[in-house]
Structure formats: structure tokens, C-alpha cells
Design a protein around this ligand. Structure first.
Ligand code: ADQ
Length: 746
């Protein structure tokens, strides 16, 4: 539209200028012509009056003078006439024109002397009149008097106004016609072919290759189309080749690597990459408070830590909430961008939410309702009807955004977490052919606890639209099966570990998540200078360093950790001045009251304990409350003699696995809460009950004093487990399971 206007605007301006100029000329010409006519007519009338006037003036016949002016005023358009005597005094004048006698008329005096006729426009009352005056002479050429005729000129003004109107109407019609014709032409030669090309490309993108018809266009546009067709053909051939090669390679490789996962996805999912949906986006664009320049940040989130390497490996599209303040600056017209920035390994599609939507769906229902419901940490879940309505609305918004992207064949949608329990159903309603899986990153409670939720049926119904539901632990799978069995009408098959409801079978499986096991990988190129710098900055030289790395969340047991450290220093004073606990803590969900209170509670506790033990130089706790990039966290893992993970309840806990992965030199000890999913795999960690402060504080002493050989042995065992069960294996198992479902469905 804008482009058409840009094109036709100069044409319209030129036409309007030409029309206006020619209009002015035409009006001038008409005006002159009308004036000439009037002058001629006035002169003729005046001449015909002259004879009678001479008689009247010679005889000074006032009565005849009055009759004469009366007769003439009835003539067409003659407004009036007047007869003057030889002194310039009016003898007779048309009655409705009697005011004329009061008008100052200097030309009368002049005319009595110079005896020349005169025709001019004169203003009278609110009009303009044409006055033609002629002297009446006797035979000796002496002035007997004057005769003046007066014409109303308003008809001329009306005629010229009419003319302007006609010119303007013609101009408007012309402008309209040109605009309509320009639109029609541009639609025919530009919009329609571009629309066809866009549709053609969108079918190609969605893999609807049977709908692709070659189309012919002439000229430059035809050349463009032919180039696009060549690129598309090249892409299809390349995709097919990649998929075939992947099939071959996958048979050969044994250990799960990024490359093996990539091959598996290409081989199993065919031409179309897969779709991931989560609330948290893997890359945020945030305006730096100090510089005012936007920067890209990876959020502190277990889901992001796990899923990002998978999409980096295999490409695809990740749909997530665009929540950061500079996010809109970096997307294209379809709200997409290539990530990681500069590498463009996969597509991130951002979904925008209003403040109200984010408040109800994310802070409200997801994090004040479902999060505490699923974590047994004695924080009361809050369910508000308004939050639930927003949660449904946002699930629908995401469903619409995903449906727009789904290819014609083989769509695989992999949903992340408790924010999207209704999404599978919404997607399946429109695309029953799509294979949909959800991974539940947090624990699933027992049926009695879940039954608290007022929306339990809708949530279960929404989740049971999935083909596959994944949990970290078999224990959570069992809880889910029990919950479905008790709360909805369904058949639970304990052999196949599936749930059948309304003829739809949903498989439930445990897939313990992990990290990318960057054991020996690039990220671990640690700069010893960096470690030295940190030690110096926080006075860690010659100290035993314990580390905690968490989002600030009441499930992570940060308060219990500080209490245990306090007890440890109380019980074992020999460690005072020799032990420092460093806590990296990223504030999260800060709009929720409970989180707000927790942040204040931790601040106060750290302050109190440091005050209790500090000798002026040494502080037992270094509390670094901010977000760290993965590269910034690695040196801390590296220098820490022990890492403390004390979650009160945690689906898995990736910090434990990250710490183990980073310990290339087999140093370090892991203290791990029994209530984390990770504790099932990392049995060589020192396992604790974080609620038992006594046991916890003893575990710290035990970890420090453990013989080096035992530490190395335990670390080696844990590293082998994490190396083998890395996140590529996790994703590989899910993809294999999904593609088996696809075969069954197909
Ligand atoms: P989270 O509750 O987010 O994940 P977790 O698994 O511990 O918890 O992962 C946290 C991630 O954030 C880690 O990668 C860690 O390095 C990072 N992180 C922690 N503190 C940080 C800081 N201060 N700055 C920057 N990054 C920081 C949810 C579930 C878990 C489950 C994961 C994955 O609650 O149980 O393990 O999903 O499924």
C-alpha cells in the first residue's frame, strides 16, 4: 500500500499542478470575456439612452427623466441608470439604486471636463457593479449632462465559481481513477505473483511438496522466481542427502555426542526439524543498565541448560515467551531470529505476552499454583480463577503460534514443563497427525496432593492428549499413573506403562535429564589467571572453598544450607578462618511475594552469620547475588573443594551434574540432597537430608576430611555416569521413542 502511494504520489502532484494552472488560465480567460461582453452591452445601452437623455436635459423635463430610468432598469441585468445635469447633479435615478447618489464619485467632475466615456467596476454596498458613464453633448459639443448605466456583476462571479467547481470535480475524479488503476495494475503485476510465490514458498517450508506447482512469469520477476525455485530444489536435495548420510553414520557411532544426536534426528525425523516449546527463552536480549546497549544473556534455567545443546546440535524451532526488554529489537517480521547470536544454529520464535497475561499465567498459575503443588516444600499453592483463565489463554496463544509453523508432514512438538499442560490438546485438535510429547522437569506429586488442584481434570485431560509424557524418575511416572487412574476415567496399562483415555494412548516414560557433559569440551578451557583473580578478590587463598549455585528459590534449600554452615562452624571451630562458602545466586520470579520474602530472608541470614563469625578480615560466606554466564560459573566450579546442592525437592538438579562434569582433575566432593532426582544416579555423592541441620553440618566436615583417593574414586564414578548419560543421550532416547510412535501412527 505504502509502496503504491509512493509510486503514484508524484504523478498525482504533477497532474494537480497542471490542472490548477490550466484552471487559473481558463478562469482568467472567461472572466475577461465576460467583462468585454458587459462593457459592450453597457456601451450599447448607454448610446440608446443618450438621445432621449439629450431631449430631457435640453427641456429640463424631470418627469420624463424619471420615466426613462424606470423603463431602463427593467432591462436584463441592468441594475439601474442615472441622469446627471451639466453640474454633475443627479436629475433622475432608478429607485432601488437611490443610495448611489450619496456615493462619492470623483470621476463625474472629470468627465464634465474631459467629455470622454468611462466604464469601470465600482464597489457599492456589498456588491461590485459595473458603471458606464457617457456625456450627453449638444450640437456645439457642450456638455448637457451625463448618462450612467449600472450592471450587477455577481452573475460573473457565479459563472466563475461554477467553472472552478467543474475543474475541481474533474481533478478529483481523475485522481481517483489514477489511484484505482494504479492499485489494480500493481495488484496484477506485483501483488498476485508475489502472493503466489509466497504461498509456493510456504508450502515448500511446510514440506507440502505435492502442492508445489511450477509457475511461469515473464521478465525480471520471472527470473527471480526461477532463481527461488533453483534454491528451493537445492535445499530439498541437500536435506534428503543429509538424512540419508545420517542413517548410515548413526549405525556406526557408540557414544552419545552432539553429532550422533544430529544424525539421529535427521534420520528419524526426516526432512522436517522438530519444534520445542518452553516458557523461558534460551537467549534474552536485555538492555545493559550501565551502557544502555542491548546484550544477549542466557538465563539461569535448568530447562535452557538442557535443551539448548540439543537444538544447537540438530537445528529446529524453539518457541518461547519473549520476556526481555530488548527482545523485540532483534526479531524479524515473523518474530523469529537465528540463535545463538552469530552462529544461527536454530530458530527462536518469540511469543509476546501482555503484563496481565504474564502475571496470571506465569507468576500466578504456573509459579504460585503448580510449582509449589508439585514440590513438597510446604509452601501453600495458590489457585486463583483469574490466573487459570490467563493460563488457558496463553496456552492457546502458544498453540496458535506453533500451529502456524507446523510442516505438512511429520510434525514433532516437544513441550517443556508445567507451563503448558493444555497445549498438547489444543495442538491435537487442529493437527491430530502431529506427534506431541511433554517433558515434566519438576517432580510429579502423589494423587492426594495433586487432587488439591481445582483444575485437575482439565490439566490431566490436556496432558493426556500427548503421545508421550516424560519425567526424570520412574517414581514420578508411577505417581502420574496413579494420579490419572484415580482422578480421570481411563485405563492404565502397567505392562506398557501407558494410559488409554477416549481411545487415545499416552505413553509415560522416565528420561533422567542431564547436561551436555562438557567433559573435556571447549567450555572448560579455564583461565588459571581467572581463578587466581577470584581467589584474591574474595579472600579464598589457602581456604577450603564450598560452593552453591542456584536460582533463588525456596525449593533449593539455601536457608538450610546457611544454617548447616553455621552449625558446622559452631561445632567444628577449627574450621573458622579456614573455610569459605561461596554462593552464586540468581534472583528469579521476584514479582512473587514468597520469592521477594526469600531474597530478604537470605540477605538477612548471610549478614547475621557473617557478623557472628567475622574477625574483620575473614567472612565465612561470600554471597554473590546476580546472574552469571555459564563461562563465568565454570571457574567457580573449578576452584570449589566441595559443591553443596541441598534442594528440599528437585526434579533432577543440573548444578550437581555441571559440577561433576567440570572436575577434570577428579578433585572436589559433592554434597547432594536425597530429595533431588540427581541423587538416584550420583550415588557417590555425600547424600544428605537438608532438613536435618545436624546431619548436614557433619556431612560438610566429612566431605572436607575425606581422603584424597576416595574423593578421586567417587568423582571418577560420578563423571562416568554423567559422561555416559549426557543430555544427547536423553534427547536421543526421547526422539527414538517418538519416532517409534510415528511409525505406529503411520
Ligand atoms: P531449575 O529449577 O532451573 O530447573 P537446575 O536443574 O538446578 O534448576 O538448573 C539451574 C541452571 O541454572 C543450571 O544450569 C545453573 O548453572 C544455572 N544457574 C544457577 N544459578 C545461576 C546463577 N546465579 N547465574 C546463572 N546461572 C545460574 C528445572 C528443575 C530441575 C531440573 C531442570 C532440568 O527444577 O529439577 O533439573 O529443570 O530439567
Amino acid at each position: 500500500m505504502k509502496r503504491v502511494l509512493l509510486f503514484i504520489l508524484p504523478i498525482l502532484i504533477i497532474i494537480s499542478v497542471v490542472f490548477t494552472v490550466s484552471g487559473i488560465v481558463q478562469v482568467r480567460f472567461t472572466q475577461d470575456k465576460l467583462m468585454d461582453d458587459l462593457k459592450r452591452k453597457a456601451k450599447t445601452v448607454n448610446e440608446s439612452l443618450e438621445l432621449s437623455a439629450r431631449y430631457i436635459l435640453v427641456n429640463n423635463d424631470l418627469k420624463s427623466a424619471n420615466r426613462l430610468v424606470e423603463i431602463f432598469q427593467r432591462k436584463e441585468r441592468l441594475q439601474g441608470c442615472a441622469i446627471y445635469d451639466k453640474d454633475g447633479q443627479i436629475l433622475a435615478i432608478t429607485e432601488r439604486f437611490s443610495d448611489w447618489s450619496q456615493k462619492d464619485k470623483p470621476y463625474i467632475k472629470d468627465m464634465l471636463i474631459n467629455k470622454n466615456p468611462r466604464g469601470e467596476l465600482e464597489s457599492f454596498r456589498e456588491y461590485t457593479v459595473y458603471s458606464y458613464v457617457q456625456p450627453v453633448l449638444d450640437d456645439d459639443n457642450n456638455v448637457l449632462g451625463l448618462v450612467e448605466v449600472l450592471y450587477d456583476t455577481s452573475y460573473m462571479f457565479n459563472t466563475l465559481t461554477e467553472l472552478w467547481k467543474k475543474i475541481s470535480v474533474t481533478l478529483i475524479i481523475l485522481i481517483l481513477l489514477i489511484t484505482i488503476i494504479a492499485f489494480l495494475i500493481q495488484r496484477q503485476i506485483f501483488i498476485l505473483p508475489v502472493r503466489r510465490l509466497t504461498q509456493w514458498f510456504s508450502h515448500f517450508q511446510r514440506g507440502e511438496t505435492d502442492k508445489l506447482r511450477p509457475f511461469k512469469e515473464e521478465g525480471e520477476f520471472g527470473k527471480l522466481i526461477s532463481e527461488v525455485e533453483q534454491v528451493a530444489l537445492g535445499l530439498r536435495v541437500a536435506r534428503k542427502a543429509v538424512s540419508d548420510e545420517a542413517h548410515v553414520r548413526i549405525q556406526k557411532e557408540e557414544v552419545w555426542t552432539e553429532a550422533k544426536l544430529r544424525d539421529l534426528i535427521h534420520a528419524k525425523l526426516g526432512e522436517n526439524a522438530f519444534f520445542v516449546v518452553s516458557n523461558r527463552e534460551p537467549y534474552l536480549h536485555i538492555i545493559d543498565e550501565n551502557t544502555g546497549v542491548p546484550k544477549c544473556v542466557r538465563p539461569a534455567s535448568g530447562v535452557v541448560t538442557a535443551i539448548d545443546p540439543i537444538l544447537r546440535a540438530c537445528g529446529g524451532t524453539w518457541v518461547a515467551h519473549g520476556s526481555a526488554n530488548a527482545d523485540r529489537q532483534f526479531v524479524n517480521s515473523k518474530n523469529k531470529l537465528g540463535v545463538p547470536p552469530g552462529e544461527d544454529r536454530y530458530i527462536l520464535k518469540r511469543v509476546w505476552l501482555t503484563k496481565e497475561e504474564e502475571d496470571g499465567y506465569y507468576y500466578g498459575f504456573s509459579n504460585e499454583g503448580l510449582w509449589p503443588l508439585c514440590h513438597v516444600t510446604h509452601t501453600r499453592p495458590i489457585f486463583r480463577e483469574t490466573d487459570w483463565q490467563m493460563y488457558k489463554k496463553v496456552n492457546q496463544k502458544f498453540a496458535d503460534s506453533i500451529l502456524e509453523e507446523l510442516p505438512a508432514k511429520n510434525p514433532f512438538v516437544f513441550i517443556q514443563d508445567y507451563h503448558f499442560t493444555l497445549l498438547a490438546k489444543m495442538i491435537k485438535e487442529k493437527r491430530p497427525d502431529a506427534i506431541v510429547a511433554i517433558f515434566w522437569h519438576i517432580p510429579w506429586p502423589n494423587p492426594e496432593v495433586f487432587a488439591i488442584c481445582p483444575y485437575q481434570h482439565e490439566i490431566l485431560e490436556g496432558m493426556l492428549a500427548c503421545d508421550l509424557i516424560g519425567f526424570h524418575l520412574q517414581f514420578h511416572c508411577n505417581n502420574f499413573l496413579d494420579t490419572a487412574n484415580r482422578l480421570v476415567e481411563c485405563r492404565v496399562d502397567t505392562e506398557k506403562f501407558s494410559i488409554v483415555r477416549a481411545n487415545k494412548e499416552t505413553f509415560v516414560r522416565a528420561f533422567p535429564i542431564s547436561v551436555d557433559g562438557y567433559i573435556g569440551g571447549n567450555i572448560l578451557k579455564i583461565d588459571p589467571e581467572q581463578i587466581k583473580k577470584i581467589r584474591k578478590e574474595y579472600n579464598l587463598e589457602d581456604k577450603v572453598v564450598a560452593l552453591g549455585v542456584d536460582r533463588i528459590d525456596y525449593t533449593k534449600g539455601i536457608i538450610e544450607r546457611i544454617m548447616a554452615i553455621d552449625r558446622f562452624l559452631e561445632k567444628y571451630p577449627q574450621y573458622r578462618n579456614k573455610f569459605v562458602f561461596v554462593q552464586l545466586a540468581a534472583p528469579s520470579r521476584t514479582h512473587i511475594k514468597r520469592y521477594h520474602e526469600l531474597i530478604a530472608e537470605i540477605d538477612e541470614l548471610v549478614e547475621k552469620k557473617n557478623w557472628k563469625y567475622s574477625d574483620g578480615v575473614w567472612n565465612p560466606i561470600v554471597y554473590l547475588k546476580r546472574h552469571f554466564s555459564p563461562e563465568e560459573i565454570v571457574p567457580y566450579y573449578s576452584l570449589a573443594d566441595l559443591c553443596i546442592v541441598s534442594s528440599l525437592h528437585d526434579g533432577m538438579n543440573l548444578v550437581a551434574k555441571e559440577y561433576v562434569s567440570s572436575k577434570n582433575d577428579l578433585s572436589g566432593t559433592l554434597i547432594l540432597s536425597r530429595f533431588t532426582g540427581a541423587s538416584r544416579e550420583l550415588t557417590d555423592a555425600i547424600q544428605i537430608n537438608p532438613y536435618s541441620i545436624e546431619e548436614f553440618s557433619d556431612a560438610i566436615k566429612f566431605a572436607i576430611e575425606m581422603p584424597v583417593e576416595e574423593k578421586r574414586k567417587r568423582m571418577e564414578n560420578m563423571r562416568n555416569i554423567v559422561k555416559e548419560n549426557n543430555v544427547y543421550r536423553w534427547a536421543g532416547k526421547i526422539i527414538t521413542e517418538l519416532s517409534a510412535l510415528k511409525k505406529e501412527a503411520g
